[in-house]
Write a protein that binds this ligand. Structure first.
Ligand code: AOF
Ligand code: ZN
Length: 396
């Protein structure tokens, strides 16, 4: 699977192409969509408006590009409307034109109005879509457009369109946030030594990698035990230690109180305390807040609770070439008494991070699709890269 999600390192072609085929326009639309935020309740969507034509199919001749747009996050214009505004600003006549869009135009009034109506309103003649909208509240745009006599083509570069949607698509389909479980452990699976010390198990390169993921997800959860033992701040930080622009919602799971002076109450994302031990309840609470991608960071009991409930979609295991021999293991008792009952994971990717290894794997029971967002981060971190001011394996 390919690297589908935008990271700081992703180069973006800034020049607007003068003309494209419909297929080329869909590739461009995917690229434009990646300019939008990977986090947030809404999907990343891109749209290109091409001059009229196209009845010969998506691979036919190039046509002038009249406008381009992408979605910049919940509450802002949808990609189609942004592209129409762009075309209008350029003085283009879009009557009879083709809208090439990565997601089926919406047919609802939510935070903004229906794109189906906006496209009909300007007299669009043809709409080329990559992925059908799985969001039942918003779907129906393709049908409305067809009913109004617009030529609609669906499923163009669908695999790329699905990859672009990443965790969002799975979250919508499953009706709960996509869950990534992060483990950071020694070679013998320990997250701390016998005396509780846990710093410097994984390298700064591995920690920097984990921070980049934090900056792309919606929420990050730890158990109360981890809050009390480690006092983590659960912020997303840059390589130089500054807070990134987007901070994930900080979620504490469990009954015990978060101390008044806890770092979790300091600068960073908002704090949500869910007083339960039931992962399903946590996910329901987060769904209600529009969380699409949750990172479960620890400790061992929370990891075991999510795994035990079958609510882990993807595991990121950072493994350091360090041996401890004793100390708590990354996952607490799962109640497994015999090897036949082991939780088997399917390896998806191995990334070398300085001296450490990141294994991305999905539980065998989970059904990965092209949208599995495990490839959101760069494959190869630069060996020897250091991140000043962060020393803990627990990514506090
Ligand atoms: C977007 N951006 O470019 C398109 C979307 O929250 P709302 O009212 O903005 O509506 C979000 C839904 O609209 C979203 O879940 C998806 O089904 C549909 N299309 N959404 O945020 C876009 N085209
Ligand atoms: Zn829309």
């Amino acid at each position: 699977m390919s690297n589908e999600r935008l990271t700081d390192a992703t180069p973006i072609a800034s020049l607007r192409p003068a003309s494209l085929t419909e297929l080329g326009a869909m590739r461009r639309a995917v690229e434009l969509a990646r300019r939008g935020p990977a986090h947030g309740p809404n999907p990343r969507v891109g749209c290109v408006i091409l001059a009229p034509g196209g009845s010969d199919g998506p691979d036919a001749a190039q046509r002038p590009v009249l406008g381009e747009g992408w979605h910049r996050g919940a509450g802002t214009a949808h990609a189609e409307v942004a592209a129409l505004a762009d075309a209008q600003a350029l003085g283009a006549d879009v009557r009879g034109a083709t809208a090439v869009v990565t997601l089926e135009p919406c047919d609802h009034t939510g935070r903004t109005g229906p794109c189906s109506i906006a496209l009909l309103g300007v007299g669009i003649g043809r709409v080329v879509i990559s992925v059908a909208d799985p969001n039942l509240t918003a779907a129906g745009g393709a049908q409305r457009l067809r009913d109004a006599g617009v030529d609609v083509v669906e499923g163009v570069l669908e695999e790329q369109g699905i990859g672009l949607l990443g965790a969002w698509l799975l979250a919508i389909e499953r009706g709960r946030p996509f869950v990534t479980l992060k483990l950071a452990a020694s070679l013998d699976g320990r997250v701390a030594a016998a005396d509780g010390t846990s710093r410097w198990i994984t390298s700064d390169v591995a920690r920097a990698h984990a921070h980049r993921l934090r900056a792309e997800i919606d929420a990050i959860a730890v158990g109360t035990g981890t809050v009390l033992a480690d006092d983590p701040s659960l912020t997303a930080r840059t390589a130089s230690g500054e807070l990134t622009e987007h901070q994930p919602l900080r979620v504490v799971v469990g009954m015990r109180d978060v101390p008044a002076g806890a770092r979790l109450r300091g600068p960073g994302g908002e704090l949500l305390h869910v007083r339960t031990h039931d992962p399903a309840e946590v996910l329901a609470a987060l769904s209600a807040l529009g969380v699409r991608h949750l990172l479960v960071e620890g400790g061992p009991r929370l990891a075991a609770a999510f795994l035990g409930a079958g609510l882990v979609d993807e595991v990121h295991a950072y493994v350091a070439p360090v041996l401890l021999g004793s100390g708590p293991s990354a996952v607490a008792d799962l109640g497994i008494g015999t090897i036949a009952d082991a939780v088997r994971l399917v390896p998806r990717e191995v990334v070398h991070l300085g001296p450490d290894i990141l294994l991305v794997a999905t539980p065998a029971a989970a059904t990965p699709t092209a949208a599995t967002p495990h490839t959101s981060l760069p494959r190869n971190a630069v060996p020897g890269t250091t991140v000043p001011g962060t020393a803990s394996t627990k990514e506090n």
